[in-house]
Design a protein around this ligand. Structure first.
Ligand SMILES: C[S@@+](CC[C@H](N)C(=O)[O-])C[C@H]1O[C@@H](n2cnc3c(N)ncnc32)[C@H](O)[C@@H]1O
Length: 300
């Protein structure tokens, strides 16, 4: 009964997504999103399934899910991510890295070792949009993680990119992603830095950018200093406005469901929400929200 239900859901979702993923050379996509109270979301990376678990998962349902994923999607390997606040028992998996393709761009994916795999699938269409705006532009990607926005910008013809992240691991990963895409690190700088420190550095060096991407975590901590997107976004956006070329724009995104943009704390600018950035496999979710911020009226 359950088997049929999960299999049917998978088959239906796969049928709906197949034209989109095959046409666009997309090898990683979400196939299941908490169907009917089952607390799991499943992402497919080639023949691997990453299963995000949001609550205690019945063992029979877990086994059924694996069987159905094998049968319908051809998944052979399973990687579980505990998304609960507690400690729940989930199967362990062997270390595994793969390379996936997305709109002709390649990314190194680590399926086993971290909470996240190296790419945020819900931002696939936002990345594509950034690529379409990047020709000849100077692009700054803050909170860059593994640099996927920067790779798209570089492939879209950016004259230079700066990718800024606190984590040495993610900075090294960003470099590998540039190398995978045969992009030169001379035009594509990767800076291991706190974003706020970087803003100070960039102002001192009189740097200016046409596109600034700010996609921070909801909360983070660095050397005792805490960051909260709700509290700190006006300061970040104001700093970024001071580095923006007159025709440039800031893409500000976050995944805090309670987020509200505090326009009254922003320096003179125009801010508007950008809709339509969720890809078909995340359409039903509130995976992120995006805003475009310009220092004066523009066509974006
Ligand atoms: C939500 S991820 C960003 C996702 C990324 N924009 C993407 O689309 O791939 C958050 C990243 O911010 C980095 N980070 C957290 N606090 C930071 C800070 N104060 N300065 C720079 N990077 C920071 C983390 O290391 C992590 O890589």
């Amino acid at each position: 009964m359950e088997t049929n239900f999960i299999e049917d859901m998978l088959a239906e979702n796969l049928k709906a997504l197949r034209p989109y993923v095959s046409k666009n050379n997309i090898e990683a996509y979400r196939i299941l999103n908490c169907p009917f109270g089952i607390p799991v979301a499943v992402d497919i990376y080639k023949d691997n399934a990453v299963i995000h678990v949001f609550d205690v998962l019945d063992e029979d349902i877990r086994k059924t899910l694996e069987e159905s994923l094998k049968k319908v999607v051809g998944a052979q390997w399973f990687f579980y991510k505990n998304r609960t606040k507690g400690d729940i028992q989930l199967p362990k998996s062997a270390p595994k890295e793969i390379i996936i393709n997305e709109y002709g761009n390649k990314f190194l994916i680590n399926l086993s070792d971290y909470k996240d795999t190296g790419i945020f699938l819900d931002h696939r269409e936002t990345r594509k949009w950034i690529a379409s705006k990047s020709l000849g532009k100077a692009v700054l990607n803050t909170f860059a993680y593994t640099g996927s926005f920067s790779v798209y910008a570089a492939k879209g013809g950016a004259k230079l990119t700066h990718s800024v992240d606190l984590s040495k691991t993610y900075c090294e990963w960003t470099k590998k992603n540039f190398e995978l895409n045969k992009m030169d690190l001379k035009q594509n700088w990767v800076l291991k830095m706190d974003t706020r420190e970087y803003f100070k550095y960039a102002r001192k060096k009189h740097l200016a950018f046409d596109i600034i991407i700010i996609d921070p975590p909801t909360f983070s901590r660095n050397k005792g200093a805490s960051f909260s997107v709700q509290k700190d976004h006006p300061e970040l956006i104001n700093e970024a406005l001071s580095l923006l070329t007159p025709d440039g724009f800031i893409l500000f995104s976050n995944n805090y469901t309670e987020f509200s943009l505090q326009e009254n704390k922003l320096n003179p600018c125009e801010a508007r929400q950008k809709f339509g950035t969720l890809p078909p496999d995340f359409e039903e979710t509130q995976a992120h929200q995006c805003f475009i911020i310009t220092s004066r009226r523009s066509g974006y």
